[in-house]
Design a protein around this ligand. Structure first.
Ligand code: G3H
Ligand code: 13P
Ligand code: ZN
Length: 333
């Protein structure tokens, strides 16, 4: 058993309490490799923003859970080296799919886990979530649960209402599971293709796709039912069109990639939404910068030559999210 406390990590409890009260959100950035982690820590240290490092199943398969955990431990020391005296860094399991996976992360130094049983029937979601909560809380590890199903591009109708979290269920769910935060569905979705062109309108001036707005009415109803309870938004990349364009200009093929407009995430951050998940934007920043660099420097073959600008681009993007979208800068001085 390794306690996250020995690794210098923190859980989400205090962080979320302050974020809800202060009208900002904590960035939850996924990482799979060293360059992403360096960029996240540099951005958080420079802006003194609390930060959540997320490890998905895909990341564990790609990089190995043990290695990622040691990297997060190293990240705490690296943050201090960068002059961030008291780093507030959470190591979080993203989309845990079983009790066993969550337990192994709790036992192995994670300070927060998500049990995503949202695809199960309601009562089964409650039972599995509660089992994880009961285990994790013994070690002061916080638990995120999910209620509702994120809309996907496969939906026939734009952000079909049936997928949204049902506000009438949230009190019962939160009370019976004891979860520390709740991921909800209000129209966000994973990946770089959040909406089909048919679900969008087009800006007549730029010709760009304009996505349908998030269901703020559902969010506000949930907030009324659970005042001050920490709410999480998954699938919150904005898919910056400058990166899509850069990818496409230098040999990529990402037609109609589209995300959640940043103004809407800014608005959500001011509410009980206190954790915003961003992964795809980091992938896009990295890929755009690598494509550009290699196209402009065809003789380069040392990975450091193209990973350095990629890391810089990701850092710039993370700082922008922290300062201009989530408002978490300066909250971990
Ligand atoms: O929620 C999904 C995250 O973007 C992680 O994706 O499983 O491909 O690492 P991944
Ligand atoms: P994006 O694909 O929008 O970055 O969402 C990431 C996410 O929700 C990770 O859990
Ligand atoms: Zn997610």
């Amino acid at each position: 058993m390794i306690s996250y406390k020995e690794l210098g990590l923190v859980n989400t409890r205090e962080m979320f309490k302050k974020a809800v009260a202060g009208g900002y959100a904590i960035p939850a950035f996924n990482f799979n490799n060293m360059e992403q982690l360096q960029a996240i820590i540099q951005a958080a240290a420079e802006t003194k923003s609390p930060v959540i490092l997320q490890v998905s199943k895909g990341a564990r398969n790609y990089a190995n859970q043990t290695l990622l955990r040691y990297m997060a431990e190293g990240a705490v020391e690296y943050a201090k080296e960068l002059g961030w005296e008291h780093p507030q860094i959470v190591l979080h399991l993203d989309h845990g799919d079983s009790f066993e996976t969550c337990k192994s992360c709790v036992d192995f130094g994670f300070s927060s886990v998500m049990i995503d049983a949202s695809s199960l029937p309601y009562e089964e979601n409650i039972a599995l979530t509660k089992k994880v909560v009961d285990y994790a809380h013994q070690f002061d590890v916080t638990v995120e649960a999910e209620l509702g199903v994120l809309a996907g591009v496969e939906d026939e109708v734009s952000s079909a209402e049936s997928h949204y979290t049902k506000p009438e269920e949230v009190i019962d769910f939160a009370t019976r599971t004891g979860c520390d935060s709740l991921a909800i569905s209000i129209g966000t979705s994973h990946g770089a293709y959040k909406f089909t062109p048919e679900q969008c309108t087009r800006d007549p001036k730029t010709g760009r796709l304009v996505p349908p707005p998030l269901a703020f009415d559902v969010l506000h109803e949930i907030e009324k039912k659970l005042p001050g309870f920490p709410i999480v938004l998954h699938g919150s990349s904005s898919v910056p069109q400058e990166y899509v364009d850069m990818c496409n200009k230098y040999g990529g093929n990402l037609p109609n990639a589209i995300g959640i407009p940043e103004e809407q995430l800014r608005e959500a951050s001011k509410s009980a939404v206190c954790k915003i998940n961003i992964d795809s934007d980091s992938r896009l920043a990295m890929t755009a910068a690598i494509r550009k660099h290699l196209a402009e420097n065809p003789s380069h073959f040392d990975p450091r030559q193209y990973l350095k600008p990629a890391r810089e681009e990701m850092k710039k993007m993370y700082i922008h999210k922290i300062v201009n979208v989530l408002g978490s800068n300066g909250k971990a001085e």
